[in-house]
Design a protein around this ligand. Structure first.
Ligand code: DGL
Length: 263
């Protein structure tokens, strides 16, 4: 089984791409819906939650973990990699690599949660590749709550997205990294507001391309991953919109079970 986790719904954007690029493999998902969003929380809390999320997937028996959360990847990945007995992938690096290839005017914008933007990880990784690239980061704390609420088309959301993108637009970026796995849910609005000429880098596509390569190049790992359509979704609170939105997004009705966490 491939295990995928996020603070809530966002990692389903990664699951959707796994179904597209690696359709044979069984996927188990954990969304920490009882404690979402993570992006406004402190480093220690995010690390604690991330380790608990990892352990939930390991207990289920996954043989590979995809951290489908930029916030966790930015803040807690060093801890996770130390603790994980199975291979584990983060979502930031593949998006950075794609953005560096995509930019022509060397101005890259990042839209992310407060914790991701404050971590400075994108700025650091991009500078390691090419110091001449200018990076403009904007935190967007209201987007995750809107998306978790299923308000994907509301007028208020459109207004907020326009406001968040305003400064990035002023900087004339030609490439925008969606630095949160929730944002592909509202990709169309983001595209409309930032302008057609801007390349949008979607972390879900980039991490799954990396995952596919990793599995193809490692027959030992591929052999450990169960195949079949027996996918399952787990959440820490089943009462919200997760059921409807997951069905709508994945176009398939998967079983959902609750696993309690301490909040
Ligand atoms: N999908 C998470 C991310 O990629 C959302 C973070 C949050 O819960 O605030 O950062």
């Amino acid at each position: 089984m491939i295990g995928v986790f996020d603070s809530g719904l966002g990692g389903l954007t990664v699951v959707k791409k796994i179904f597209e690029y690696l359709p044979d493999y069984q996927v188990v998902y954990f969304g920490d819906t009882a404690r979402t969003p993570y992006g406004g929380r402190g480093t220690e809390t995010i690390k604690k939650y991330a380790l608990e999320d990892l352990n939930i997937l390991l207990k289920i028996g996954v043989k590979l973990v995809v951290v489908a959360c930029n916030t966790v990847s930015a803040v807690a990945f060093d801890e996770l990699i130390k603790k994980s007995p199975v291979p584990i992938l983060e979502v930031v690096t593949p998006a950075v690599e794609r953005a560096i290839k995509a930019t022509k005017n060397k101005k890259i914008g990042i839209l992310g949660t407060r914790a991701t933007v404050n971590s400075g990880i994108y700025q650091r990784l991009i500078a390691e590749h090419d110091k001449s690239i200018k990076v403009f980061a904007q935190s967007a704390p209201l987007l995750v709550p809107f998306i978790e609420e299923g308000q994907l088309k509301s007028v208020e959301l459109k207004r907020i997205i326009r406001k968040y993108l305003w400064s990035l637009k002023q900087q004339q970026i030609d490439t925008l990294i969606l630095g949160c796995t929730h944002y592909p849910f509202v990709r169309n609005i983001i595209k409309l507001k930032i302008g057609k000429h801007v390349n949008i880098i979607d972390p879900s596509t980039e991490i799954v391309l990396k995952l596919k390569k990793m599995i193809e190049e490692d027959p030992g790992l591929a052999g450990k991953l169960t195949k079949g359509q027996n996918h399952k979704l787990y959440v820490s609170d089943i009462s919200g919109n997760f059921g409807n939105l997951s069905k709508e997004w994945l176009k398939i009705n998967l079983p959902i079970e609750e696993i309690k966490v301490n909040s």
